[in-house]
Design a binder for this molecule. Structure first.
Ligand code: IMP
Ligand code: MG
Length: 181
């Protein structure tokens, strides 16, 4: 029994469910970009596990890069303030770029990232998010690829953290409210 399980109110998606959805998205990207070499930009840190699985489900050549933005820190809700902590290394001008993000809550981070990367004039810029909390959006955001739509619970595991922990859980779970409220 994993010690971290005690901090979960419930399991949200198990490994099997995550892997099968990630494979579907990978196949869709493979078809839609079949004559291209897209650049997948993973948003650190939360998107690292999703990106690792997603890129292995894509069977055309891709290039990988990472962008790190400031996180909530110990808070479990968005400040709306986003800072770049690590910039991309590749030149994305004229390239087909897909942003790979773990979760969208208010939508403010993704909006910021989209605007930031747009300034580099990519040929196309799409977004791929594993989890979306539609009821939490504070702005009108849309995505090209979405893993699962979920409620307003706070989720950990599969890359997602609370106070830097739980990222190594191989599945997604709902964190007990008393641990962050
Ligand atoms: P937004 O700017 O409010 O959309 O927040 C997006 C970022 O906040 C995500 O990339 C996550 O890093 C973090 N976040 C939002 N909701 C959760 C959650 O339920 N669990 C863990 N991190 C979250
Ligand atoms: Mg994130």
């Amino acid at each position: 029994m994993n010690k971290m399980n005690c901090d979960l109110a419930a399991l949200l998606f198990d490994e099997f469910r995550i892997q099968s959805r990630v494979r579907e998205i990978g196949m869709q990207i493979t078809q839609e970009y079949k004559d291209k070499v897209p650049i997948l930009v993973g948003i650190l840190k939360g998107g690292f596990m999703f990106l690792a699985d997603l890129c292995r489900s894509i069977s055309i050549p891709v290039e990988l890069d990472f962008l790190a933005i400031s996180s909530y820190g110990k808070e479990a809700s968005s400040s709306g303030v986003v800072k770049i902590r690590k910039d991309i290394d590749l030149d994305i001008t004229g390239r087909d770029v897909i942003i790979v993000e773990d979760i969208v809550d208010t939508g403010l981070s993704l909006q910021y990232i989209k605007e930031y990367l747009s300034k580099h004039s990519p040929a196309t810029l799409k977004t791929c998010v594993l989890l979306d909390k539609p009821a939490a959006h504070k702005i009108d955001v849309s995505f090209d690829y979405v893993g699962f739509e979920i409620g307003n619970e706070f989720i950990v595991g599969y890359g997602l953290d609370y106070n830097e922990q739980y990222r190594n859980l191989p599945y997604l779970g709902i964190l007990k409210e008393e641990l962050y409220k």
